[in-house]
Design a protein around this ligand. Sequence first.
Ligand SMILES: Cc1ncc(COP(=O)(O)O)c(C=O)c1O
Length: 410
Amino acid sequence: MTTKSESKLSLVTCADKDARLALDGGEPVRTEPLPGPYPGALLMGEEEEREVLEVLRSKGLFRYYGPEVLGKCKELERRLAARVGTKHALVVNSGTSALKCALFALGVGPGDEVLVPAYSYVATADVVLSLGARPVFVEIDQTMTLCPRDLAKKLHAGVKAVCVVHLFGVPADMDAILAVTRPLGVPVLEDCAQSLGAQYRGRTVGQIGDVGIYSFQLNKIITAGEGGAVVTSTPKVHERAVRLHDHGNDREGDAPTADMIGEGFRLGELSAAVLLAQLGRLDEILGRLRGAKRQIVGELAGVPGLELSKAPDPEGDAGVAVTFAVESAERAARMIKALNAEGIRVLSQYGGKPIYQQPAIRAARLEPEPLCPRTQDLVARTVFLGLSSTYTKRDVADVVCGIKKVARAV
Ligand SMILES: Cc1ncc(COP(=O)(O)O)c(C=O)c1O
């Protein structure tokens, strides 16, 4: 049954839906699978094919030399930097490689302390450990991103870097964060793996801190299956990232000799070609995601018992996901089960756990838990729905009906 307040506001009509939960033998809201959360991948087309064929036919699959060098990586770097608003961009083979390059470029090394949000994909903390440094976890707040108040408590002049993650496409509160870090001169890395094109108060994420990174893995906003990028306006940071990514070399710069140990993080021309075509679709992808999110969030606002995650600047949200918390982890688990039975695929992202409870990170740590009790509580009761760039009006309506139906019954 639709309540009075819902029917007044709602553009979506759920009246024809069976009120009995699919879990209890009712008819599911959705029987056809919904399109998945693969924003760039689902919109690939002729442009990507043309780009890839051009590279294949040239036989120039490597960025620095070959039978022919088409310069796809270089062109991608030029266009990414222009789009983000930084002086430099470096493309690499994954978001994880980009994170490692960025932290290394900021001077992070063995024994250093790096502050990271307690909730993110595990790579955010993995790279800190892989550089021999120590991740120190900071609470997140209802935006699901770094809490500036807890940051202020944990930051000191000896911290080597702060990593901010614009998780689920939602820009963190950068003004409040920089107000804490700038007086101490601690550099900020923006992990924009999930938020290419997101904006915070008119600025594109990635150019607000000292260095930014992106991922182009399959479920990211644009994709070549794998890939990543480092953006910065500081020449020294760019040069150090370039050298780490290519065995110590700076083939186009002033320091061509490999006098430092580096990695094999280069991106191939085929991937860059795909990403050039995908970057050309970025505005369309963001428009579709944002449109779907605006409608879903608008329909769910005011549904009793659902606390929709907040955004410091909702206009700039990339719109890759809708997340909401309920009053307990048990209710979240029941809702997730019920929604999946309705054909609406939701989950407890990252197992509903902070990074420090992920097994590999836990094994590397000594401090007693809980390190960030507020985060631990919040993420355990949060439900995550990854949005698709190809939702139709019907798909959006089904998502809304499914969540309302389950929220009433569970
Ligand atoms: C927040 C965040 N940081 C870093 C990464 C790592 O990116 P990749 O999978 O391209 O290595 C991801 C990937 O999911 C991510 O979500």
